[in-house]
Design a protein around this ligand. Structure first.
Ligand code: SF4
Ligand code: SF4
Length: 275
């Protein structure tokens, strides 16, 4: 087996660990995080307080009605697998409800691992590109370092500052982005709110941090397009081809509208709420 094939297999296994497994968690997002009703959550809620709809077994009492109630925040949220890692590994299967003094430690560890897993996701995306050997080695090394860091004891995770890691990761992501093929057309503005983009060739576009809220991308092809941090809330992706889009996340897809014809990268799931 070629070294790159071996890496690809390891990366696939790691990506699977970044997919949420709520059955192995204890409703950490529904408890640890601050929510605002205006952002599509059921009510304003302070961090550390369980949502009123969280059942004692950590399931959501209104799960099947989230879409009908317009709770877009709940539907879009994705923890990059941080919840199950903290609950099942860092805390050995305990729930926040079992803890007293350590409850805040668990919540803080969850936020840290969320940041680390998000960086892992982007690094794995970068690792899937055609990269110069030296950059690939740096990215592979960083993936290993961050994955080991996410296995630190609870107190160390709670005290961790993800921004320190972001300071190391961001230059690598930037360097990887520079290797993407560039669309020769006129650059698009960052503010594409509500725009009809169907007539544009979106392949090879730098759409990182673009405001694509409610934009119409029906039938568009985004081959090699950089979607890092793009805001896809309510963007219409019906029939669009995102199978080779780069830096796309599950949360971005969850927040958008697609259908059975939308083509997705193999590492992402079709949201259950899509038509
Ligand atoms: S924190 Fe993650 S794994 Fe846990 S319930 Fe929320 S989405 Fe699911
Ligand atoms: S409504 Fe359900 S999914 Fe949303 S925060 Fe509450 S328990 Fe979690």
């Amino acid at each position: 087996m070629e070294p790159n094939e071996r890496h690809a297999l390891n990366d696939q296994a790691l990506r699977r660990r970044l997919a949420i497994d709520c059955g192995s968690c204890c409703g950490l997002c529904c408890t640890a995080l601050y929510f605002a009703k205006s952002e599509g959550f059921p009510a304003d809620k302070s961090a550390g307080k369980p949502c009123k709809n969280l059942l004692p077994d950590h399931r959501c009492a209104i799960h099947s009605a989230l879409k009908a109630r317009g709770l877009k925040g709940c539907l879009a949220y994705d923890c990059f697998g941080a919840g199950q890692r903290v609950a099942a590994r860092t805390f050995g299967g305990q729930s926040w409800a079992d803890l007293r003094e350590d409850r805040e430690t668990m919540f803080a560890a969850f936020l840290s691992v969320y940041g680390l897993h998000q960086m892992l996701w982007y690094l794995l995306e970068a690792a899937s590109l055609r990269l110069p050997d030296a950059l690939r080695a740096q990215i592979d090394g960083m993936i290993g370092e961050i994955d080991r860091q996410a296995d630190a004891p609870a107190a160390a995770l709670a005290a961790l500052d993800p921004d320190v890691w972001r300071g190391k990761v961001n230059p690598l992501l930037h360097a990887a982005s520079e290797t993407l093929p560039v669309n020769p057309g006129k650059p698009l503005p960052r503010d594409l709110f509500g725009r009809d983009l169907r007539r544009f060739d979106l392949s090879g576009r730098d759409l990182s941090m673009a405001l694509l809220i409610a934009a119409d991308l029906r039938g568009c092809t985004l081959r090699g397009s950089n979607l890092l941090g793009a805001d896809l809330r309510d963007a219409c992706l019906h029939g669009a081809d995102l199978s080779q889009a780069v830096f796309l996340t599950q949360a971005q897809l969850n927040a958008a509208a697609g259908d059975g014809k939308t083509k997705l990268p193999a590492s992402l799931r079709r949201p259950a709420t899509w038509t």
